[in-house]
Design a protein around this ligand. Structure first.
Ligand code: GLN
Length: 296
């Protein structure tokens, strides 16, 4: 029987040859998945023998990865902000840079809830995640606010144009025990003519001509979740056009943008949202990532 180390070393070589630049991490995660243990269980047991059944399962997973399928789809799960999200081809895999948007969204909501007295009967703060996909933003925000005992004061909605994506978001909400605290809406961007205090969105923003240059794994994701049109900002621009009526006075919108889109986004916002304030926050990689627009 081969040992953990032998299987991993062979797998790393296989994945490197197939072009993965995270070959060791991929191999460790996939072996852990085949063995039904966590990654530490693999790393801490180098010399343990692996049974034939698990080794065969591992080889199958490895071939899928070597063919380009993202590890997150193979495992069916992706960690986001310390929470496990079910993921599959119905939606984009949550990215680490989007954790910045969630961090800023939590701050924004908490600041609004504590900055003024809220006597009983005060309407709940209206927050919507537009293009929720797997639900990573809305579900994580709900979990974080629930931990702070603040979720009762927030009416949180998650919208997506894809019913399949919305179904996945619901499954993730169920998985984190907050499904009854979220409203799910099928909508092209914002539903109807409602008004919100805080609008959150990670919309598609990749330029159409840049899509073929994304890592192979992205070709397994729904292109509709990535394709932002010729300049990458078409979908975001459509949302900006809706904001003057959709965001309540004093409200805000927090939008994820591409790391190279700061200037183009500033121009777009200046042209479409006169009198709004704009700040752009950087992600952990130091790239401009979250645009915060405030409606005065
Ligand atoms: N950051 C993602 C990528 O580069 C794009 C996500 C998006 O379009 N919202 O693959």
């Amino acid at each position: 029987m081969a040992t953990v180390r032998e299987l991993l070393d062979a797998a790393v070589a296989r994945l490197r040859a197939s072009g993965s630049d995270t070959a060791r991490l991929d191999a460790e995660l996939l072996l852990a998945h085949a063995l039904d243990v966590d990654r530490t269980g693999v790393i801490a047991n180098w010399s343990a023998p692996v049974g034939e059944g698990a080794a065969a399962r591992f080889r199958e997973l490895l071939e899928r990865r070597a063919a380009g399928e993202p590890v997150a789809y193979i495992r069916g799960v992706k960690e986001f902000r310390g929470l496990a999200f079910g993921v599959d081809e119905r939606a984009l895999i949550p990215r680490p840079e989007t954790e910045k948007l969630v961090e800023l969204a939590e701050l924004e909501v908490v600041r609004r809830l504590i900055s003024a007295p809220r006597p009983p009967g005060t309407p709940r703060l209206r927050v919507i995640d537009v293009g929720t996909g797997s639900g990573a933003i809305a579900v994580t925000l709900a979990v974080l606010l629930n931990r702070r005992r603040m979720l009762d004061e927030v009416a949180l909605s998650a919208a997506d144009i894809s019913e399949d994506a919305l179904q996945l978001a619901k499954e993730n909400a169920v998985g984190h025990a907050i499904a009854d605290r979220l409203e799910f809406l099928v909508a092209d961007l914002l539903p109807g003519d409602g008004q919100w205090d805080v609008v959150l969105a990670n919309l598609p923003y990749v330029r159409t001509d840049a899509i073929p240059n994304l890592p192979k794994a992205a070709s397994f994701e729904p292109v509709r979740a990535l394709d932002g049109g010729p300049d990458g900002l078409q979908v975001i621009a459509r949302l900006l056009d809706r904001l003057p009526t959709a965001v309540a006075n004093g409200g805000a919108a927090l939008l994820e943008i591409g790391g190279d889109q700061e200037h183009a986004f500033r121009d777009l916002a200046a042209a479409r949202l006169r009198g709004w304030e704009l700040e752009i926050e950087r992600d952990l990689g130091g790239l401009p990532r979250v645009a915060i627009l405030r409606h005065q």
